[in-house]
Structures are given as structure tokens and as C-alpha cells.
Design a protein around this ligand. Structure first.
Ligand SMILES: NC(=O)c1ccc[n+]([C@@H]2O[C@H](COP(=O)([O-])OP(=O)(O)OC[C@H]3O[C@@H](n4cnc5c(N)ncnc54)[C@H](O)[C@@H]3O)[C@@H](O)[C@H]2O)c1
Ligand SMILES: [Zn+2]
Ligand SMILES: [Zn+2]
Length: 381
């Protein structure tokens, strides 16, 4: 890469986790190739699907309404892979991925109150505006003017990241929770919490089929088990299933012909709740066939644009088909109470800690498989 500082101007924009109609306008950012005072290291994607580089990009100034975070740990979510693959037409190249953040406040914008340098924080990946109709109704996870680090602007695979609209989105971390353990609270653990408890309404004694036991699925499993629900965990990876068993799955199954019947047999007629924590057309069909009448399905995994669904099955069984997208900052308190109680342990889901230099390989490896558990990046390691 031999671009001059001026020639390196780029646009960042998009939103892999954002429904298309909700995408905000892109914002102008810049990067340069020769390190200068005030630069920071970051992962830079210049072409979709092409190995990114570790580059020097300009350090950040906190916006009036925002803060700058020193990124202490940032999770590698499959949504980062989707973005890198170009599955969201809205991301503008070049860009810095990363949306699952735990860090310390490095700088505070002049209109931000109640937050100070050094505070340990996270924020939901959907950074809500706090003022639109959805925000006013408490549904910041579907804010009409949302921003997302790593999608609509440059993200957290970097030494620092900006968090705009800090007042509406910052969440203070409990002292006892490590940064590595807290990173997934920015996306997958919180998303799983909302999917299981608020959207899926899992309750004690119910059967929950969790399809996919990666970061989202294992988080969902831990949370469902804490509700005293009975979990059937499904994954193609024996290592992922071993983790699922360790975190409380009552049954673990590998996909095979007849698996829907196996789920119906184990559950005495079908699961009450299914959660797609993969994002696959086949898995959606499996979920449909695994539910009991009046069962609920929660779609978390990002799907290809066209997935067909036999709606007659939905109607005949009075099934409920529900989407789930992140979690608003104001709901973090109840999730953190559960974390503080020890009933759920997001830090135990972390199976691998890597540095920025390892990210290109780690992203490329996601083309063919998932590393069991949660991978966390420490940009300063
Ligand atoms: N809706 C949201 O707000 C939201 C938030 C976070 C992540 N996501 C999406 O959720 C999905 C899961 O993310 P993740 O980071 O946990 O992914 P991951 O790669 O860590 O885990 C996926 C798991 O699915 C398994 N798997 C893959 N294909 C399978 C198949 N055909 N049958 C059974 N198991 C299979 C893998 O072995 C892996 O264990 C992704 O699509 C991600 O983009 C959505
Ligand atoms: Zn809003
Ligand atoms: Zn994510």
C-alpha cells in the first residue's frame, strides 16, 4: 500500500446488522499509510473478501456528544465476517471493522455529562439517537437514525474507537467483569439475552432448541439455562457441542437426517422456542419442523437475501416468527444483575485472545469454520 495521506481519503458507511431501510448516511473518514504523530493502529479493509491489513490511521477526537474509547477488548463476531465479505451493500470502503467493544473512556465530548476519562464501559452495537419515535418508545435497538461502529463508521478493531451519542448509549461495566469477558456485551451476549428473554420469552421448564453454538448460541444457551429452560443445542462442530454440554445443554445434536423428529421426540412434541444463531436457509426450515404448535422462532443469524418459508406451516401451527436485533442500553441493567449474580458468566465463553496482527488470519479462517467459543482481540497486546 503506497498511498499518500491525501489520496487515502475514504468513506465509511453501511450496516451489516442494520435492516436496509434503517441505514444512516455514510460519514467521511481518512487513513494514511505512513505513521504520523496522533496515528493509531487499526485493521483496514480496502476490498471486500480481500485480506485486510494492519494500518496506521488518524487518532480520534471525541465529538461534542460522544466519547473516545481506548479499546481494551473487542470481540470477533460473525457479523464482522459478513461485513468483510460484502454481504451488506451499504458498507463503504475502506473501513475499519469491529462493533463488540469493552474499553476505558479516553476523551469526553463537551456536551457529555456523568462520564469521565478512565470509566470502564461498553455500548450496544446499535448506537441509538435517543430522540426518534422508536427511541422514545424504548426501542433503541431499532432506532430510525442508528449508527453502528464497524458498519456505518469506523469500528473497534483499532486502538481507539469513537462512541457518538454517548449519553444515550454508554453502559458502565461492573468492576468484577474483565474487559475480555465484557466485550461480547456489546453485541452477542446482549443480543442473546434479548432474543431468549425478551423476544423469545423463554420460561422455566420450556424446551429451547438453539441452532448454532458459536458466540450467540452459547450465550443464548447460558441465558436460557439460567431461566431453567431445557436446552437442545445443535451444531456441526463437536467442539462447539462439547462447550454447549459444559454450559448446561440438556441434549446436544449434530445435524443429520431425521434431526427434526429427534427434537420432537426429546421434547415430547416439539420445542417451545427455537433460536437460529447461525443464519442459514436450511436451519430456518429445521426450526420450523422442530417447533410444537404455538411455538416461537427467534431469528438472530443474518440470512441470505432470499429465504423461502412455508407459511402454511406457520398458520396451521400458529407459530410465531420473530426477529431480534441487539438490545437497548437501558435494558443492560437487568442483564448485568444476572451477570453479577453469577448465574451467567460471559467471561467463560472466551476461548481465544488475539492481537490486531492476528485479525487478518482469524477473519480468513471464518471462511471455512468457526472457532469454538468467543474470540477476543486486545488491540494493545
Ligand atoms: N441479530 C443480531 O442482532 C445479531 C447479533 C450478533 C450476531 N448475529 C448473527 O448471528 C449469527 C451467529 O453469530 P456468531 O458470531 O455466534 O457466529 P459463529 O460463527 O461464532 O457461530 C456459528 C455456529 O454455527 C455452527 N454452524 C454453522 N453452520 C451450521 C449448520 N448448518 N448446522 C449447525 N451448526 C452450524 C458453527 O459451527 C458455529 O458454532 C451470525 O449470522 C451473526 O451475523 C446477529
Ligand atoms: Zn432513535
Ligand atoms: Zn455482532
Amino acid at each position: 500500500m503506497a498511498l499518500s495521506p491525501v489520496a487515502c481519503l475514504g468513506l465509511a458507511g453501511g450496516g451489516a446488522c442494520v435492516p436496509r431501510r434503517l441505514r444512516p448516511a455514510p460519514r467521511l473518514l481518512a487513513y494514511r499509510c505512513e505513521r504520523q504523530d496522533g496515528d493509531m493502529r487499526a485493521i483496514l479493509v480496502e476490498q471486500f473478501g480481500v485480506r485486510p491489513t494492519v494500518a496506521d490511521v488518524p487518532d480520534l477526537n471525541a465529538a461534542d456528544h460522544g466519547v473516545t474509547l481506548r479499546v481494551q477488548a473487542t470481540g470477533l463476531c460473525r457479523s464482522d465476517w459478513h461485513g468483510w465479505q460484502g454481504h451488506d451493500a451499504g458498507i463503504r470502503l475502506p473501513y475499519v471493522p469491529g462493533h463488540e467493544i469493552a474499553g476505558t473512556i479516553a476523551a469526553v465530548g463537551r456536551k457529555v455529562h456523568g462520564w469521565s476519562a478512565g470509566d470502564r464501559v461498553t455500548a450496544p452495537f446499535v448506537l441509538a439517537c435517543g430522540t426518534c419515535a422508536q427511541c422514545r418508545d424504548g426501542n433503541q435497538q431499532v432506532c430510525l437514525n442508528q449508527e453502528q461502529p464497524g458498519f456505518t463508521y469506523w469500528g473497534s478493531f483499532a486502538e481507539y474507537v469513537a462512541i457518538p451519542r454517548a449519553q444515550a448509549n454508554l453502559v458502565r461495566l461492573p468492576d468484577g467483569l474483565s474487559f475480555d469477558g465484557a466485550a461480547s456485551l456489546g453485541c452477542r451476549f446482549a443480543t442473546a439475552y434479548r432474543a431468549v428473554r425478551q423476544v423469545g420469552r423463554a420460561s422455566a421448564g420450556e424446551w429451547v432448541a438453539i441452532l448454532g453454538c458459536g458466540g450467540v448460541g452459547l450465550s443464548a444457551l447460558m441465558i436460557a439455562a439460567a431461566c431453567d429452560a431445557r436446552v437442545i443445542a445443535i451444531d456441526i462442530s463437536p467442539d462447539a457441542l462439547a462447550l454447549a454440554a459444559a454450559y448446561g445443554a440438556a441434549h446436544t445434536l449434530a445435524p443429520a437426517p431425521g434431526i427434526a423428529q429427534s427434537i420432537r421426540d426429546i421434547t415430547g412434541g416439539g420445542a417451545h422456542l427455537s433460536i437460529d444463531a447461525i443464519g442459514s436457509a436450511e436451519v430456518v426450515q429445521l426450526a420450523l419442523r422442530s417447533l410444537r404448535p404455538r411455538g416461537r422462532h427467534v431469528q438472530v443469524g443474518l440470512l441470505p437475501a432470499e429465504v423461502s418459508l412455508d407459511l402454511t406451516v406457520l398458520i396451521a401451527g400458529e407459530l410465531q416468527w420473530l426477529g431480534s436485533h441487539g438490545m437497548p442500553a437501558h435494558d443492560y441493567r437487568q442483564m448485568l444483575e444476572l451477570v453479577n449474580s453469577g448465574a451467567v458468566r460471559p467471561d467463560e465463553l472466551v476461548t481465544r485472545v488475539i492481537g490486531l496482527d492476528d485479525v487478518p488470519d482469524a477473519l480468513a479462517a471464518m471462511n471455512t469454520a468457526s472457532t469454538p467459543g468467543v474470540t477476543v482481540i486486545r488491540p494493545w497486546a
